[in-house]
Design a binder for this molecule. Structure first.
Ligand code: F0G
Length: 418
């Protein structure tokens, strides 16, 4: 362990902490963080950013993602700015579910309307350091919207690969207007990711999917923010965090931040929230892996759900996320599209507008309450990952229909009296 700190690029002034390196979660091989562009280990294992020094609460100041620069690999990045999203009270839902406390963390309030912005502000900063000129991602929509905005802001060419016909209108509009080149692939998200990984490996583009370990560092700040907000408002940390799972990057990022807080002494092991993942029944390889005790999920080739953001059959971050769910005492659950739409309506009824994938967390919590897996004395945070306007078509299906009326006061009165 003695030479550990030396393996990081300590002379690099943009390192927020002295001693930062990449480490393979499978074989333990280490690499300098910025000397070469690299996404995975030579053994194909996933990489994690590691730090010689880990921060505690007093190291954080300011607001948003960059409040947590002491926990990040770079000090600053292209910022729009992101983070500092609300933690909503939902008294009706809290009563309906019969929970000690229920809060909704609304990540739809980020600049491009999803949590992806937190990862992009860090990931694009690292891309700029690497001096690349083309950014790329595969996406079910939100990652492409975020990358397009941050790429535009950074003045870099942006390429997005999307599954044709399966990306919600709002997300496509964002990628288009922010000036990304949009490649509509004849295949699902997993096919798009296979292709973009090949392009990235041969140096044709810089990959900003959640395989990129720097992006997940930015997403850790969701966990840091939830813990701080919950503690400041409620005087304790939440028992459980429920989140939708697609590629399982967010689950991996939350688990990493909890481990780092425990290692720095900022959080007791007993205070770590139980990570609880929710997938749509038509795209649930992680749930299957948890239920059957598998170390590796089976790749689902046919996936379908109204929650197109999480229409994913091959969760590439599973090796990081499955231990997170298991070791925090969490679980994973699958929900139907009908349950997702019901949950989307219920959140809207409390004034919180989210897209279907985001509502999956509440749908999963409802299911686990019914099964008695989640107890009445629990304090729970549901992660709402993106905004209602991302998917106007799904919102229209879940909501009521407009009523045509004549263009006169009398006509409107008559209609209302009917
Ligand atoms: N919720 C929303 C709204 C998402 O867009 C995604 C992922 C997830 C949840 C799942 O997060 O992959 O970290 O488990 N969207 C990616 C995209 C795949 O391309 O926008 P995860």
């Amino acid at each position: 362990m003695a030479d550990l700190a030396l393996r990081g690029d300590r002379s690099d002034p943009a390192c927020a902490t002295a001693g930062t390196w990449l480490e393979c979660i499978e074989c333990g091989e280490t690499y300098p963080p910025f000397a070469e562009v690299r996404y995975t280990c030579d053994c194909d294992g996933l990489l994690e950013v590691r730090y010689a020094e880990l921060p505690t609460w007093r190291d954080f100041s300011g607001t948003g993602v960059w409040r947590y620069d002491a926990a990040l690999p770079v000090e600053a990045g292209v910022s729009l700015p992101e983070g500092a999203t609300p933690l909503h009270e939902v008294p009706d839902l809290e009563a309906e579910l019969g929970l000690a406390r229920l809060r909704i963390k609304h990540e739809g309030m980020n600049p491009t309307g999803s949590f992806k912005d937190r990862g992009m502000t860090v990931g694009v900063a690292v891309a700029q350091r690497a001096g690349v000129d083309r950014l790329a991602c595969a996406s079910t929509g939100n990652t492409s919207a975020a990358l397009s905005a941050y790429g535009a802001r950074a003045g870099l060419e942006t390429l997005v690969l999307l599954p044709r016909g399966k990306v919600a209108a709002g997300k496509l509009a964002q990628a288009s207007l922010h000036g990304a080149r949009i490649l509509e692939v004849d295949g699902n998200f997993d096919t798009c990711l296979d292709i973009v990984q090949a392009l990235a490996r041969s140096g044709e583009a810089y990959l900003l999917n959640s395989l990129n370990p720097f992006r997940l560092e930015g997403q850790k700040t969701i966990g840091l923010e939830i813990l701080e907000q919950f503690r400041d408002e409620e005087g304790s940390y939440p028992d459980r965090i429920v989140l939708p799972v697609g590629n399982a990057g967010n689950t991996a990022a939350l688990y990493k931040t909890f481990r780092e807080l425990v290692a720095s002494g900022a959080l007791a092991e007993s205070e770590v929230p139980a990570l609880t993942g929710v997938q749509a029944a038509g795209a649930a390889p992680m749930v299957e892996a948890i239920e059957r005790g598998r170390d590796e999920p089976r790749r689902w080739t046919d996936v379908e759900t109204i929650a197109t953001a999480i229409r994913i059959g091959n969760p590439v971050n599973a090796p990081k996320a499955l231990p997170g769910i298991r070791e925090t005492g969490g679980t994973a659950v699958a929900v139907s599209d009908e349950a997702i739409t019901d949950a989307q309506r219920a959140l809207a009824g409390e004034g919180i507008g989210v897209e279907p994938a985001s509502a999956a967390s509440l749908a999963g919590l409802r299911e686990l309450r019914e099964r008695g897996v989640v107890a009445a004395d629990e304090e729970v945070v549901c992660l709402a990952t993106a905004h209602l306007l991302k998917d106007p078509d799904a919102a229209a299906v879940a909501g009521g229909d407009p009523e045509p009326v004549p263009g006169t006061v009398e006509g409107v009165r008559e209609h209302l009296a009917e």
